[in-house]
Structures are given as C-alpha cells and as structure tokens.
Write a protein that binds this ligand. Structure first.
Ligand SMILES: [Zn+2]
Length: 872
C-alpha cells in the first residue's frame, strides 16, 4: 500500500535516507544530577554530572552520546548499590574510570562486570564550547539592545552538545539541575525550584565579591523526561506569577519592559490548564509550569517538561492583537506537557503522537474558547496547509522510519495532516470514546513512551471499533482522496458521481451528504425547508450514488453539501448547478458548507454569482467565509469581480482579516486604478499592521514607480514582527530592473537589521540575481550567514531565480551547514533548479505551465517560511 505516490515519497526521502530504529539498550539512565556554570565571555560551560545508571544486561562498559564535549574525568561513585549491600568496602567508593571518545560516543570502561539490574553512579567532569544545543545570546555593535541570555534547545538530537546522555526519546530520567550564574541573572530549568542562593567567592575583596558574586539555582524534576526535553534558560527577566488550583505555580518570564505585552500573551494559561485537565480527565503532570520568552529562538516554542521556552516574537502590542493571538502557541506547548512530555513518542517515527496531538489540542481549546465556527475554519486552514505541502513538496506516510535526519519529520504531515487525521478519528469513533481513549492512553503510558500501535490498541479497546484499516490508510500510507464530484438531478433521483482521482488505490471512508429540500404544502401555501444527512461508504475509485426524492410530498431539492462537518480529509472539485451553490453559500449552516460553496463558485463568473460573492464578503456572519468569498472574487479575473472587490474595500468592513483578504484580492488584478486606494491605506495607516502589509505588497504589483518612495517609507515602519516592512519588501521586489532597489535590499538583508526584515530582503533578492552580479555575490555570502533563516532564504532566492550558477554553492551548504533544516532546504532547492533546467523552455505552453508551477512553489516557499517559524 505504500507503493503509490512512490515518486512523491522519494522527494521526501532525500539521498542518504535510511531506515531508523529505536536503539537497543544494555543499560538505562534513571537520574541525572547536573551542575553547570556558563562563562558568557568565552561562551563555554563547565559541568559536573552524575548519572544513575541501571544495567539492563550484564555489562562492563557503557556508551553515552556526546558531541564536541571535552571530557576531563570519569569516575564511579558509590558503585553498584545492589552489590554494596553485601560489600561495605564499596560504599561511597570513588574510582577513576577509563574512557575514550569515539565519534559522537563516550565509551566508559567499568572496573568490573555488573550484573543485570545493578544500579550504579558515574560522575563526569567536562567542559564545552557548544555550537548547538546550548546557545549564548549577546548584544554586539550591530544589535546593542539585545539581552544577554543563554538557553538550550535539545530537540531533536542536540542535548548531547551540552551533556552526556542517551539522546533518544526512549530514555527518560529524573533530574536535578544546578546552574551557577552572575547575581543579576536568573536560571530556569525543569521541575521545582529547590533553592536559589548567592555564592561567596573566597579569597577576593568585598567589592570584587559583590561584582563577581554568583547565584546557584537548583531545580529538581521527579518525573522522568528524555534528554531532548531537558532545559536551562538564563537571563534577566521580570516574573509574572500565579497559582493554579493552589498547588501548581504558573510562571511567566519576559524581558524587562515587556510586562504589558506578556499579559496579552499569557492571560489564558490557567484557563487552558483547566480545559485540558477536564478534557483529558488527567491532572497537569508537573509541579509548576513556566513559560519564558527568549531572543533569537529558532522555533515558535519548545515544550521542555514543565518549562516551555518561547520566541520573544509572540509578545505583541495592542494593535496586533485583533490579527494575532498567542493562544495557539501557548495552548500547543501546554498540551505537550501531556502529549509529548508525560507520554513521549517512543521513536522519532512516531513524532505525530506528540505534534499532531498538541496541534489538535490547540484546535480543541480554540473550539472551547471561540466556538464552532472558528474551530471549523481552523481545520479548513490546517488542511490547506497540508495540501500545499502535498502538492508542491511531497506526500509521505505520516509514520515513516525512512528519513535522513529526524528533523526532516517536522513538516506539515506530522503537524497539519496528523491534526486532520486525529479529527477524523474523533468523528469516526465519537466524542465519548475519543475522550475516554485519550485518558486511558495518558494514564497507561504516563512517564513512559508510546508508539502508534499502542494508541491504536487503546482506541480499539475503548471504542470497540476495528481501526487497523483506518491506521493503515491514513497514517501508514501517503496521500489523501482527491475527489471529483458531479451533481445532477434526473426526474426523481439525485445523482452524485464521486471519482477518487488520486494515483494508486482507492481510499475507503464514510462520507456524509446533506440534502436540503423545500416542501410546498398546497393546502396552506407554506414552504418549508427540510434537511437530510445520508452517510455513504465510499470505497471505489468511481462511485455513483443515487438518492430518490419523494416528490409526492411536493419535495424539491434546493441545495446540498458534501461532508458538512469536515469528517474526512480530502480535496474536492465540485460541479453543481450554480443556483444550488449560491443557496449553499447563503444558507449553509456550517462554516465548512459555506466555504465549500464559496470555493466551488470560482468556475462561474456571471453577474449574479459576483453579486452573491460580494454579499458574502460584506455580510456573512463569519469572517472566514468572507475571506474565502474575497479570494474567489480575486480568482475570477473579470472586470465586474474587480469592481465588486473595490466596493467591498470602500465599504465599512471592520474585520481586519476580511480587509486583508480584500486588499490581497484587489492586488491580484494589478490595476493602476487601485493605486490610490492602496496608497491611502499606506499613508493614512490602517488599524491593522497586516492590512498595511498587504497594501504594500499589492501596490508593488502595479509596478507604478510612484509607489517606490511610499514603499521605502513603509520599510522603515515599526510594526509587530516587522510585518509592514516585510510587505513593503515584497512590493519592492517587483521592480526587478532597478539597481537602486537591489542595493536597498542588499542593505536591508545585512547583519544589523531585524531578522524578519533581513529574511524578507534576502528572499526578494532572488528576483534581481540574473542581471546583477553584486546581488549574486551578496546572496552567495548570505548562504553562510550567522542567522539560519537568512541562510534558508538565500537558498530559496537562488531556487526562485532558477540559478544554475548557484548549484555548487548550494551543494556546499547541503554538505556543510550545521543546521539540518538548512541542509534539507539546500538539497530541495538544488533539485528544484535542476528540474527547472530540464524543462523544455522553447515550448511556450509548457513554459507557462512551468511558470504557474513555479509561482505556486514560490508562494508555498514564502508561506512555508511563516509556518516553519511557527513550528512549535
Ligand atoms: Zn509541538
């Protein structure tokens, strides 16, 4: 079953991919004591570690994962408590042990053979100047305002850069971590704060002592956690503290001066804990929950056990709040405390058990706090994000052990597709059994590890439903149903032809069809609407469904919808009489139904359709439907569609997400006529940064040189996440022949500008690369930039330019970059350029196809940028 979409799977499995299995263990680690003293000047750490080790087999050596650690000594402490009970001499015995480094392994020779079940301690003294895993952040002449901080990031396999461990999710241990920091700092780690006390330095003057005094923070976590969820964060923070249920401390740490923004980001944390505890019927597993925002963080957030680390970019001002919420990120990391931390995936191939569930929990909290409309639109967008990856990058089974680096798996299959599959599962077995299964799963595997089949067995046990086919089809097989649906009514029969057009075998699933009838009562002249939902089992590639209508009762079919609750992940192209689609748009009860019709109407362009879409933009009760209607109008390239959108733009629509969609759709027409509208938004400022950003991109597309000075001004606008500047850069990149703009973008991409501005400018430079040698050389330099997202965007800029001259440089990146996300993108970009070279450019019609594909790819690349950043 895994064979279909084979070529697609290969695109995921880059050369060098192989099968990965969980390791065999001859011993395990049960407890780690770690004392760590960072030196901010030399960016080094000095550490003392004690590991409590349990022999699973008889052993005389142990092998630990390390990377670039300088091991000074290894000794046994209190060796073999089990034996010690019979041998008083070995009590508290400290003995130097022989060790050697071999690649990324530390091999420790024990001084005797230890029998199965023996427990012993080893102490390791070491230092490191970590290039990964442990990061020092400091101000410099380019970024003088940056806060001095240090933080760790273990996932996936980077903890071995700062402590010896078994760097695999399978091995979970208790911890006690002490961090010695200058007095002005605090240090946050896993678990409860055991103590924090100042340390006097002996033998120096009182004054110097005040300057050099240090403080020790000791944190202890009695719940076992894997190496990758071990965390230390050091810095100057203000603390926000509350107590949940009288016994769990909720702590937030943000840089000084950001306290008000912290309120906006973290105000719902307690409410979220309450919601999850109730939904899972399982208490929050740890004694505290801390959230700390740090500088230069590479992800949205990281769910370290009881102490989440978050990007500082989630803090936002009042103006950004209607467009942006931290709730998704905060609820995601919090949900991980159960799904990922309390129960950890047994191996990276099962990472969807962490990420799919944490992301679905975001949606569950969203549903509980914002209602069903928001939830359904969230699911629609989630599915769209997965379809983008499936269309442009690859399709792969969600569970796969074949990959190059575990980081490869952190894509939209693990997150977005898995969310859709979990939602299907919830609908397939019903809410009651779904919730019950989650509870059983969390309790059975608490403080342990689980794999995909463990979850399946519990779901089967709790619901009585056989789920092997479901799991085979949706988790172990690539792709999804791609449905082509034709609707017709022939005398008294509704006919639906449903074709599964995807490559390979048919999927099998139940599909709900909703039919809405009007019944005319001749006696009293009343007309009533009546609806009926029928569920059909779809199992063939071609299916014809026939539904007789009881016309004796004066029934007429008014409209219909497919899968009105979104119970099945699928793409759909729908052919139906336009009147029915319009009625669906106007009367659909669920957001899913109305979005479905708004999208299906893209193939129609008559005046009445334009009018209905305009009405949906202006009047639908849910903003997401308005957004979809605006998008459809944008894709109907007629004058009247344009006029309708302009009317929407000039109306009094308040919702900023709808206004954004309208501005973008108007921008698609690239009409000189809309120049003043966009200009006015940019000059007079909008209530929303995002609308301004959209206007900046749109005005650029008109290619009127008068917009250049407006865009140059917009680049300098301070906004949340520099969103306006990013929009302006995207607008400026339309002026590909302008050397001055190329020079400006080079300047904006340089070290010293804000990250997001640099990234946007770097990507935009791809448009200028062909005719401009300076740009080419500059992009080449950016391939080795300090900030990894600039490196990623430099790769993408070359791909966007289909620049064969860059292949050798990209190959160097693919082989040498330290960051696996960068090496992966470099490889994909090389493949993209090579493929574009093969395209028969002389054939215009094919060329157009290629261009279309390329536009999709580039839009996808830009969107990916956004999503990758949100990886959480
Ligand atoms: Zn996550």
């Amino acid at each position: 079953m895994q064979e279909d979409n084979g070529s697609n799977v290969k695109k995921f499995e880059l050369p060098g991919s192989k099968a990965h299995y969980a390791p065999s263990l001859s011993f395990t680690i049960s407890h780690m004591q770690l004392s760590i003293e960072p030196d901010f000047k030399s960016k080094t750490i000095s550490c003392e570690q004690q590991l409590e080790v349990i022999a699973i087999q008889s052993i005389d050596e142990i092998i630990l994962d390390i990377c670039e650690l300088h091991i000074k000594s290894v000794s046994s402490v209190d060796i073999d408590v089990a034996i010690a009970a019979h041998d008083s001499d070995s009590n508290n015995h400290i003995k130097e042990l022989n060790f050697r480094n071999y690649g990324d392994k530390l091999i420790i020779k024990l001084d005797r053979m230890l029998s199965e079940g023996s427990i012993f301690r080893i102490a390791i003294l070491y230092s490191a100047k970590p290039r990964k895993g442990f990061y020092f952040i400091e101000p410099d002449e380019y970024y003088p305002k940056k806060n001095l901080q240090a933080w760790t990031q273990g996932q996936t396999i980077e903890s071995k850069y700062w402590f010896p461990c078994l760097d695999h999710p399978l091995v979970k241990f208790e911890s006690e971590i002490s961090v010695i920091v200058p007095l002005k700092f605090i240090a946050i780690s896993n678990g409860k704060l055991l103590m924090s006390k100042a340390q006097r330095v002996e033998g120096i003057s009182k004054k110097r002592n005040e300057e050099e005094k240090k403080k020790v923070f000791t944190w202890t976590e009695p719940n076992p956690h894997p190496a990758y969820l071990t965390s230390v964060v050091i810095g100057k923070f203000v603390e926000r503290r509350e107590t949940y249920n009288q016994d769990i401390e909720l702590l937030c740490y943000v840089p000084e001066g950001k306290k008000n923004n912290a309120e906006r980001s973290f105000e719902h944390t307690a409410d979220m804990i309450r919601f999850f505890e109730e939904y899972f019927d399982t208490k929050y597993p740890y004694s505290k929950y801390s959230q700390v925002t740090v500088e230069d963080f590479m992800y949205g957030g990281m769910e370290n056990s009881s102490c989440t680390t978050l990007t500082i970019d989630t803090l936002h001002d009042k103006k950004a709040h209607p467009d942006y919420t931290s709730d998704h990120l905060v609820s995601h990391e919090l949900a991980h405390q159960w799904f990922g931390d309390l129960v950890t995936c047994r191996d990276w191939q099962h990472i969807w058990l962490n990420e799919g569930f944490a992301t679905y929990c975001e949606a569950l909290y969203w549903e509980a706090s914002r209602g069903i409309d928001e939830f359904q639109y969230y699911m629609t967008q989630t599915a769209d994000d997965y379809f983008d990856e499936a269309n442009v990058r690859y399709k792969r089974p969600i569970v796969t052990k074949i990959y190059k680096q575990p980081d490869d798996l952190f894509d939209r299959h693990t997150y977005e597709k898995a969310v859709c599959i979990i939602h299907m599962l919830r609908n397939y077995i019903g809410d009651k059994y779904f919730k019950r299964s989650l509870k059983t799963y969390l309790q059975r595997y608490a403080n342990s590890v689980a794999e995909t089949d463990d979850l399946r067995k519990i779901l089967e046990l709790e619901s009585g439903t056989s789920l092997q086919q479901f799991f085979d089809q949706w988790l172990f097989r690539a792709g999804h149903p791609e449905l082509k649906i034709e609707f017709s009514v022939e005398s008294k029969i509704v006919k639906l032809k449903i074709v599964q057009s995807q490559e390979g075998d048919a999927f099998e699933f139940p599909l709900d069809i909703k039919l809405v009838f009007s019944t005319f009562n001749r006696k009293n002249g009343e007309e009533r609407g009546e609806e009926e939902i029928r569920t059909f089992n779809i199992s063939e590639k071609e299916n014809v469904l026939q539904i007789p209508i009881d016309k004796k009762k004066g029934k007429e079919i008014e409209w219909f919808s497919i899968d009105p609750q979104f119970k099945v992940l699928k793409t759909m192209s729908l052919k139906a009489p336009k009147e029915m689609l319009v009625r669906q748009l106007q009367n659909g009860r669920t957001v899913i139904e109305r979005v479905q019709s708004a999208r299906a109407l893209k193939d129609h362009s008559s005046e009445d359709i334009i009018e209905s879409l305009q009405k949906a933009v202006m009047e639908d009760r849910f903003w997401g439907v308005s957004v979809e209607a605006a998008k459809t109008l944008g894709s109907i390239k007629s004058d009247s569609a344009y006029m309708a959108l302009k009317r929407c733009l000039c109306s009094s629509i308040k919702h900023s997400k709808v206004r954004r969609a309208i501005v973008r759709a108007v921008g698609e027409f690239k009409k000189e006529d809309s120049f003043d509208l966009f200009k006015s938004i940019l000059i007079h400022k909008d209530q929303s940064y995002f609308v301004e950003a959209e206007a900046a991109t749109a005005i650029g597309k008109i290619k009127n040189r008068q917009s250049i000075h407006i865009l140059k001004k917009a680049i300098e606008t301070a906004s949340f996440q520099d969103i306006v500047a990013q929009g302006a850069i995207s607008g400026l990149k339309e002026f590909v022949d302008d050397k001055e703009i190329a020079a400006l973008l080079i300047k904006k991409s340089m070290y010293g500008n804000n990250h997001r501005v640099r990234e946007a400018a770097t990507f935009a430079l791809g448009k200028f690369v062909h005719e401009n040698h300076k740009v080419f050389n500059h992009l080449k330099n950016l391939l080795t930039d300090r900030w990894f997202r600039v490196r990623i965007n430099a790769c993408r800029a070359f791909a966007d330019a289909e620049e064969p001259r860059a292949i050798a440089e990209l190959e160097w990146v693919a082989e040498h970059d330290l960051d696996y996300r960068v090496t992966r993108i470099a490889e994909e970009c090389i493949n993209f350029i090579k493929e574009s070279m093969k395209a028969p450019k002389e054939v215009i019609s094919i060329r157009e196809e290629v261009d279309k594909l390329k536009t999709n790819t580039m839009e996808m690349m830009q969107k990916m940028n956004r999503l990758e950043r949100e990886l959480r």
